[in-house]
Each structure stands twice: as C-alpha cells, then as structure tokens.
Design a protein around this ligand. Structure first.
Ligand code: AMP
Length: 399
C-alpha cells in the first residue's frame, strides 16, 4: 500500500531552504545523556537527501513536555551533538525556534548546512497550533517536510498549522515507511495474520482491538490488560491491574471474536507477586488459581508455550504492548520469550513503538523484526484506523 500524500522524492529540494519537522523526542537518562538514538538515526535518510540536494537544512522537533516554558533539561543541544556525530558534519544549534536568532542563522547558512532549532514546545504556540507561531516557523522555509511520525496524531503548529503558510510540503521517508508498514500490514496482510496486544490498559488499546478484530486471524492478549478479560470470564484476579468499567466491553469483544471465528488467546497461567515491593514473594499459578490479594505481573511458562505455538504458523505478526512488567527482571521472562518466538516465526513482524520496541531491544531481537515503529501513540492511532492530522494536512501526491 502506498502513501497517497506527496513525498520528499516528489519535490525539488535543490538549493532551497528546507524545514524538516523531525521526531527527536529521544529518551534521556538521569545525567541528561541520550539513552536511545534510534529516532535520530531513523530521520537520517531524509536529512541526507536534503544535504545531497544542497539545501539549507533546518530541523525542528519537540523533546519531552516542557508545557510552553523554557526547561534547560529538555534542550535539544545534546541531540545536536549526537547528530553531528551521526552525520559526520557540523550541526548549527540555535537556542530558539523562532525569532531573530533563527532568522540570522538561516540567512548566514550555506548550501548543505544543517541547523537544529531549540525545542518547539518551549513556546506555548506549538501545542496550541497557534497561527502566528505557525507562520513564523513557515517563514524560514521554501519547503516543509513532515518526518515526525511520532507526533502525526497531534494538531500542533509544526505538524498542522505550518502547512497553511508554506509554499510546498511533503512527507519524509520515515513518515512514508511508517504509514506504509503499519497501514499496509493491516489492510493487506499475508495470512495467517496474528495481532499480539499487551501493556497496561484495555482502555488504551480497545480501539485497536476493535479495528483489528475484523481483520486478523488470531488475537493474543497479555500484560496487565489480560486481567480485565480474565475477570470478565468470571475468575478471581486478586489485586491484578483491572479496569472495571471495561468488563462489559471485554466480554463483548470476546463474544464478537468467537462469532467471527477469530482465535482469541488469553494467558492460561501467570507469575504473581504478594506485593509490589522489590523483595516480593512470587510464584506461578494458573489463571483459575490467582490467590486473593496477589498481583498478576507476567504471563507464565504455559502461556509462553501456548503463545509461542500460536505465532509459529503466522505469516504476519503485529505486536504492541509487553506481556508483563518487563522493566523488572522477575517479570520480564514472558515478554522476552515471546520476543524470541516472534523473531523465530517465519513471518513479517511489525512492532508498534514505545515500550514494545524497548522490550524487543532488551531481548536482543531488534534486528530480527521486519519493522519497528518509532511512534507509540501515533502507531496506535493509525492501527485504530483513526484520522492522523499531521498526515491529512499534507498535500496529496500528484501521481
Ligand atoms: P502500555 O503503555 O499500555 O503499552 O503499557 C506498558 C506498561 O504496561 C509497561 O510499563 C509494563 O510494565 C506495564 N505492564 C505490563 N504488564 C503488566 C501487569 N501485569 N501489571 C501491571 N503493569 C503491567
């Protein structure tokens, strides 16, 4: 499936001022160091294309949630340093994203120069999709490229407002790859098509489950959200994570899946803990025997085998959400074991960003996946079949 929007390879960048909205919202550790630079690396083909076309390359992004004020800890300065190393080329860092300092930097820049602007969200106009802020950003550019898939589900000045004020706009290579990988997989899967959904909450993913239920052959549910389904079936779940207002919806989803002859897998056993403290006692029990007062923290070994077998004959696998509290060693085995099963299946494997990407990385299976999305919330919204404002605002492809 092809993206129907104009893409970077369909516009002439030569010697132009090209403003690229990237997603450099990278994780930082306690010392302010970048702990994972995949989002920067993922934008390199688009940045390099603009450099190769002798454009003046102006990059803008948000980082974290400064909420419209300047927060030095969320400066993009460390990203400029990392980008310098990755591009093997100096990066001019400007400590604002609008105003005279940016105007001067753009005026003085030569063809092929790369400028990185400071965090867009230091200005309240960014998240408000403010007209004036949008037009100020647009004033630096002859062409605008949206490469920020991770924020394409938001209507912000740098993703939506700006498109009204620029002469020409297009999607970058990463944006194209993301949309084609996620949407293309759901619309046109090679079967059997298996969706694996996990993570904390049913409410965050019910839209995806509903949208996928008509399209997949199998659904596997794990993680905290499984306990809402298990409770909906009438079992005791102790103090496991549950959304009581989702019980009816969970039951309906199970019934709908049965009626549509979709194979629906829930954990058959789990690792439970007697408290949430690091020294908690843990044990493995079947889901029929979760003791009152205990917490379900991971899927158990029988579920690992069951899910492993269920994915074995898959030709397409879409995975979003960990099977347990994988951040803690004691509850990471289910997620990591499933990562190995998914990697070993002879299937096209698509991983929907955020926590799942991190879990796959920790399991050492990143290289085995066909595609790992850089967008968490954005990937979910696309999988729900929902409107993506950042994408909708771009002009249609002329072809
Ligand atoms: P999400 O953002 O909805 O994909 O949720 C990811 C989070 O779900 C991770 O931080 C996990 O620790 C958490 N999670 C997974 N399984 C459980 C569980 N059984 N109980 C509580 N939290 C869980």
């Amino acid at each position: 499936m092809n993206l129907t929007k104009q893409t970077i390879d369909q516009v002439d960048l030569r010697n132009k001022r090209v403003l690229i909205r990237v997603d450099f919202n990278v994780p930082l550790d306690d010392t302010g160091e970048i702990s994972d630079d995949s989002r920067i690396r993922a934008a390199l083909p688009t940045i390099n294309r603009a450099i190769d076309e002798d454009a003046v390359v102006i990059l803008c992004s948000h980082l974290g949630r400064p909420k419209g004020t300047t927060k030095p800890a969320l400066s993009l300065a460390p990203v400029a340093k990392r980008l310098h190393r990755l591009l093997n080329k100096p990066v001019i860092f400007v400590n604002d994203c609008i105003g005279p300092s940016v105007e001067n930097a753009v005026k003085q820049a030569k063809s092929g120069d790369v400028i990185l602007l400071e965090n867009l969200r230091f200005h309240p106009g960014e998240e408000k999709n403010d007209e004036q802020f949008s037009s100020q950003l647009a004033s630096f550019a002859d062409i605008y490229i949206n490469e920020a898939f991770g924020t394409a589900h938001r209507s912000h000045a740098s993703t939506v407002g700006i498109t009204k004020y620029v002469k020409n706009a297009a999607a970058g290579f990463l944006m194209k790859r993301e949309v084609e990988a996620l949407e293309g997989t759901v619309e046109n899967p090679v079967r059997p098509f298996v969706a694996i959904l996990g993570g904390a909450k049913v409410s965050g993913k019910i839209g995806v489950i509903k949208n996928l239920t008509g399209k997949v052959d199998k659904v596997i549910i794990g993680g905290g959200m499984a306990f809402t389904f298990i409770k909906a079936l009438g079992f005791e779940i102790g103090k496991s994570l549950v959304e009581n207002d989702m019980l009816d919806l969970a039951k309906q989803t199970l019934e709908q899946a049965m009626a549509q002859k979709i194979k629906f897998y829930l954990p058959v056993d789990c690792v439970v803990a007697d408290s949430l403290e690091p020294d908690a006692e843990t044990k493995i029990v079947t889901v029929q025997e979760i003791p009152p007062g205990w917490y379900g923290m991971d899927i158990g070994p029988a579920s690992v085998r069951l899910f492993g077998e269920a994915v074995q004959n898959a030709k397409t696998i879409l995975w979003n959400g960990p099977m347990g509290v994988f951040e803690r060693d004691a509850f990471s085995r289910g997620t990591f074991a499933l990562a190995h099963s998914v990697a070993n299946a002879y299937a096209k494997t698509i991983v929907g960003g955020g926590d799942t990407a991190l879990a796959v990385h920790r399991a050492g299976e990143t290289e085995s996946m066909a595609f790992i999305s850089t967008g968490g919330g954005a990937a979910l919204q696309l999988l729900e079949g929902k409107h993506m404002p950042g994408l909708a605002a771009l002009p249609d492809s002329p072809y």
